[in-house]
Ligand binder design. Structure first.
Ligand code: FAD
Length: 458
């Protein structure tokens, strides 16, 4: 058995693991990233897909997080314009929920916390005459607009993974880290190939636990929980896709009587609506929408739009589990969406764990991880990811694929099943006709067999 030595082993191939791998590989470290399922297979493909400051966090005075996220919104628009696109949001005004002055003040602060280069400033609109009023109930007389960005979350992960690999990182999906043992100045890392069941040992000088909602459990299973190890609060959020309730490329932020907000996005011929916030127990990858979440989201739509939607009309749904850093707050709405990095050197070699975080802040999080790694790797190169573009995808994702497109995803983007292609490399699973989806499901396993046996022979 060969024993490879890595500078850094990252456990977890969601947005945070992928961002850290890209940054570290570009700074000259020998990096290994392992993901037990597919990249973005957990929380990072189940988000609301916004690159945003988080307007509603202002209500909880989380100015630091909003400012940091607004700054990142500008950076991500520059380095990934192919997937991070501006989107205008309309907030129908509900005086009984929040007074107009409060919304106006929040939007003013949102506009001014960080300079905007491309996005419009917020404004006040009359919904009776403005095009954003079309489709809304007539009683909603006025509203506000503001801008944020929208992203294909799973592709953001894949682009970071591809660029990390391009910078020399060893990247493996369907590979689980099963144990982590300190031996002198190194970590002995046990890996299991999920497809073949084969075990492998590797050695790493440092390890980052970027397992998202599994962060505490991972430390627990590998025997690294200490008295001051942070805890996570797991909160399920569900989205539903329904036949369009309005036309247009803008989104809505709906204010609900329980003081929560729900977003409605344009999604091809559908609208995507979410999210709920339900305390979660269990395996995060198995999170599923409940009947009460479906009803809650349909009620949110029906109380604002003329066109009424029944739960039976839902064409697609997904649920993700937010890993929120636990503090003394009992109301999950108020728990911060910011992240904490937890360093452990008690065994000798460094183990860093990521607790919490947003899609939007993955790049700054990665830079902070690099700052912690500088102590072990003083020759680490300077930060670089704020100005270097993420790669483009050569496949046209808007049309049904040719066989060569499927080959591309298997050979270049490490897809190992039809679902990896239909739901994470693309969203063909919802947008293509059933006949095309069936063709992909039939062709992909054969192509994978052919490509893998060819690679093994070579
Ligand atoms: C409903 C919802 C809406 C959201 N909306 C937004 C939004 O609009 N904008 C925004 O900025 N943020 C949003 N977020 C937050 C954002 O999605 C998450 O913070 C982010 O995706 C977390 O990424 P991660 O890499 O930490 O975790 P994950 O994406 O969960 O990745 C962790 C990975 O670790 C893997 N793993 C676990 N154990 C092991 C092991 N032993 N070996 C190998 N791999 C392992 C898992 O399989 C998983 O893929 C939302 C979250 C939710 C739930």
């Amino acid at each position: 058995m060969t024993q490879e030595i890595y500078d850094l082993c990252i456990v977890g191939g969601g947005i945070n693991g992928a961002g850290i791998a890209r940054d570290a590989a570009g700074r000259g470290l020998k990096v290994l990233l392992v993901e037990q399922g597919d990249f973005a297979g957990c929380t990072s493909s189940s988000s609301s897909k916004m690159i945003h400051g988080g307007l509603r966090y202002l209500e909880f005075y989380d100015f630091g997080l909003v400012r940091k996220s607004l700054a990142e919104r500008e950076v991500l628009m520059e380095i990934a314009p192919q997937i991070v696109t501006p989107m205008e949001f309309c907030i129908p005004h509900q005086n009984t929920i929040r007074p107009a002055w409060m919304v106006r003040l929040g939007l003013f602060i949102y506009d001014h916390l960080w300079p905007r280069k491309k996005l419009n400033a917020s404004s006040w609109i009359n919904l009776e005459s403005h095009k954003y009023g079309m489709g809304l109930k007539k009683a909603l007389g006025r509203g506000f607009t503001y801008s944020d960005c929208w992203v294909d979350d799973a592709r953001l992960v894949i682009l970071n993974i591809l660029d990390a690999a391009d910078h020399g990182a060893d990247i493996r999906n369907y590979t689980r880290c099963t144990s982590l043992t300190a031996k002198g100045d190194y970590w002995d890392v046990s890996l299991q190939d999920i497809m073949s069941g084969k075990e492998q040992q590797v050695t790493a000088k440092t390890v980052v636990n970027a397992t998202g909602p599994y962060a505490f459990d991972f430390l627990d299973h590998t025997g690294h929980v200490l008295n001051d190890t942070p805890h996570l609060r797991l909160v399920q959020g569900t989205h539903i896709a329904v036949p369009r309730v309005y036309e247009g490329d803008h989104a809505y932020m709906l204010q609900l009587p329980d003081k929560r907000v729900v977003f409605v996005f344009p999604y091809g011929k559908y609208n995507l609506c979410g999210t709920t916030e339900t305390e979660f127990k269990g395996d995060p990858v198995e999170a599923m929408a409940t009947a009460s979440e479906r009803k809650y989201l349909c009620d949110a739509l029906n109380s604002h739009f003329e066109k009424q939607t029944k739960p039976e009309e839902i064409v697609w749904e997904y649920s993700g589990v937010r890993p929120l850093f636990e503090d003394s707050e009992t109301d999950v709405r108020k728990l911060s969406r910011d992240y904490r990095l937890y360093e452990d050197r008690t065994n000798g070699p460094l183990l860093i764990s990521v607790f919490g975080g947003k899609l939007t802040t993955y790049r700054t999080l990665s830079e902070q991880v690099m700052d912690l790694l500088k102590k072990e790797f003083p020759a680490l190169k300077r930060s670089w990811t704020a100005t270097q573009a993420l790669p483009e995808c050569p496949v046209n994702l808007q049309k049904p694929p040719e066989q060569d497109d499927l080959r591309y995803f298997i050979q270049q983007e490490m897809a190992r099943s039809a679902d990896d292609i239909l739901w994470r490399r693309t969203k063909w699973g919802i947008f293509l006709d059933p006949s095309d989806i069936n063709r992909i499901k039939e062709q992909t396993p054969e192509l994978i067999k052919e490509i893998i046996s060819h690679d093994t022979a070579a």
